[in-house]
Design a protein around this ligand. Sequence first.
Ligand code: ZN
Ligand code: ZN
Length: 276
Amino acid sequence: MIVDYHIHTPYCGHAQGKTIQYIEKAIEAGIDEIGFSDHLGRYYLTHVQRRRYWDWGMDERTILRYCAELAELRALFRGRIAVKIGLEIDYVEGAEELLLPLLDHFAFDFYLGSIHCLPRFGWKHLADYTVYNEEKVVAEYFRCVRAALQSKRFHSLAHIDFIWRYLRWPKSSAPALFEKEIAAAVQTAVESGTCIEINANGYLWSRLNGSEGADPFVMLLNNIRDRQAPVTIGSDAHEPALVGKSFAEIIPVLHRWGIDRCMTFTECKSREAPLG
Ligand SMILES: [Zn+2]
Ligand SMILES: [Zn+2]
């Protein structure tokens, strides 16, 4: 079974194409189940901050339209592809309670948790943390990853690889630091019953930049295999052409690692599926 559980739509304001085109592309790519996970807006910012900083997600009114369109598309494509409706939600420590009233209004299939910013270093996107001490940012990122997993608010933790894709590596300590932090994160995922996402961009970064013995994506796969951690898989497509991106390469790699199951979700209930 081929599933893609990380898909954006134009509703977030920074993805291309029409929602229906993502589904058509998924069918073309032989995908059996497509999980939409567009960004929830930055619910933890004040109105003034939302004007000042980039808000990469949907407000409540937009979520309504997102859900309504996806419900119609789900019915339209029934029998050809399963359409799941989810959200990608920023995890911000201490703001968990703000999520409840938002999510109570809707019936989602799954939630991806993401860390796109670390309040300790301000409200900018992680990619803009160029002025900070990298080791401190890495440690804080993984501390928040563990907190997000322990919150049990999410079905899967998206793109853990963000931290090594967007930041300069701490010079001397990088491999040992990532080894330790990734192991702790995957262990926390197992204990909290949360999946770790295999993100296509993480795989591609590794293929281009990873080096022997210092490739965090390989460390991640080793830990997932050794700890039997549940996973979801996603392309993080922000345009229709990228649905199922590199899956033809990634799935055999996962099989080689002995990772041959992934999780799917219906109304927040998980089901294991054979991968590929
Ligand atoms: Zn994201
Ligand atoms: Zn995303």
